[in-house]
Design a protein around this ligand. Structure first.
Ligand SMILES: Cc1ncc(COP(=O)(O)O)c(C=O)c1O
Length: 380
């Protein structure tokens, strides 16, 4: 059940009990999303990218259905272990830029699979996790994705073999190759192209004496925010077909989805706490904003679905958060400029319900100005 579809009475009852701002979560939707990915990617072992949402009950829900976790820091490792994950079997350290203290901590408790994309990371992993298994992350096309990751992460495929050989020569155990097609990727072909590039790297590495046995296909699986056509089974079929065509069945597949596991399992309820008119436009100020749940509006122009619990005539509003910074405005156009959105007339104390708030909301929220992240409430 997508909690964005809860009726007015149910939302008002939750707000009466818990106040606002409030994350309303469906555990069943999280399980369904995970199972749908698992079914669509039958040959793939799934490690939930917990950066998307590390809330403890969400992690426990996923640990309870057999998910592994992709972690990026000591803090994420601790949270995953607290949720029930075993460091050796259930965790991969897939961030390519690692604090060496966190590598040493991971190694000390048995986490043995790290991702790298440059020589200094080889040095750091070999120093702090000698003999560890490693995946080399490749830069692949992120065209069609909302968040482009390959300009920061990933080695060019032409540099793959020297980097794999360097890892081996440093005493590490190159296990395979990883890539990420970019977050909220709407082009299925990106996974197929990346698998074809990976195949070439496997061949070149074998010719250089490095045998690879694993492919990490990253995350990027999309969520429906507006009218995007999302077809996870179609992505799965394309990945499966490419895998069977290009690789021996002994090659293991791993994925690190974040957004698609939790994105539509959470809605936010936020309240109008102030109103004004500025330069002829009506502004509504809410108890959550860009320093809280709406960071992705600033970062990636993400357009979250919104509905009110009022039924007045439509009116254009600028929507702003509560902090003292002028950037704290979450109604923005495709260029990132402040704009109005049409909503049924709203005033002080009225509630706004925002859908698709499971991924990169709570995890990216700050405590700027002393505002705490919203409370979580689970409806099933
Ligand atoms: C290394 C890595 N893995 C997985 C993910 C999850 O990606 P998504 O939420 O798009 O599935 C990310 C997102 O930034 C990432 O950096």
């Amino acid at each position: 059940m997508n909690p964005y579809d809860l009726d007015r009475a149910a939302i008002e009852a939750l707000v009466a009990e818990h106040g606002t701002p409030l994350y309303v979560v469906s555990r069943e939707q999280i399980r369904e999303n995970f199972r749908r990915l698992d079914a669509a990617l039958p040959a793939v072992q799934i490690f939930y990218a917990m950066k998307a949402n590390p809330q403890e009950e969400i992690l426990a829900t996923l640990a309870g259905i057999g998910a592994g976790f992709d972690v990026a820091s000591r803090g994420e490792i601790l949270a995953a272990v607290e949720a029930g994950a075993s460091p050796r079997e259930d965790l991969i350290f897939a961030d390519t830029v690692k604090d060496p203290k966190h590598i040493a901590y991971a190694h000390g408790i048995g986490l043995d699979d790290f991702t790298y994309d440059n020589r200094s990371e080889i040095t750091q992993i070999a120093r702090h996790a000698p003999g560890a298994f490693v995946h080399l992350r490749l830069a692949v096309s992120n065209e069609g994705a909302v968040a482009h990751l390959s300009h920061k992460f990933g080695a060019p495929p032409a540099e793959a073999v020297p980097l794999l050989a360097a890892a081996r020569d440093a005493g590490l155990r190159p296990r395979g190759v990883s890539f990420h097609v970019g977050s909220q990727c709407l082009e299925t072909q990106r996974w197929v192209d990346a698998l074809e590039t990976t195949r070439r790297v496997f061949d070149d590495a074998a010719a250089a004496g490095v045998t690879l046995t694993s492919v990490d296909i990253g995350g990027g699986f999309p969520v429906r925010y507006a009218d995007e056509k999302i077809d996870i089974p179609a992505i799965g079929r394309a990945v499966d077909e490419a895998y069977r065509r290009l690789f021996d069945p002994s090659v293991e597949l791993v994925a690190e989805p974040g957004r698609a596991v939790v994105g539509d399992a959470v809605c936010l309820v936020t309240k109008v706490i102030s109103e004004s008119t500025r330069d002829g436009r009506d502004w509504l100020y809410f108890d959550d904003g860009t320093y809280g749940s709406f960071m992705e509006v600033l970062l990636y122009r993400m357009g979250f679905p919104m509905r009110t619990l009022t039924d007045g005539p439509e009116h254009p509003y600028v929507l702003a958060g509560p902090t003292c910074d002028c950037i704290d405005v979450f109604s923005r156009d495709d260029e990132g400029e402040i704009c109005t959105v049409d909503l049924p007339e709203m005033h002080l104390d009225d509630l706004l319900v925002v859908g698709g708030m499971g991924a990169y909301t709570f995890s990216e929220s700050t405590r700027f100005n002393g505002f705490e992240p919203p409370e979580f409430v689970f409806v099933d």
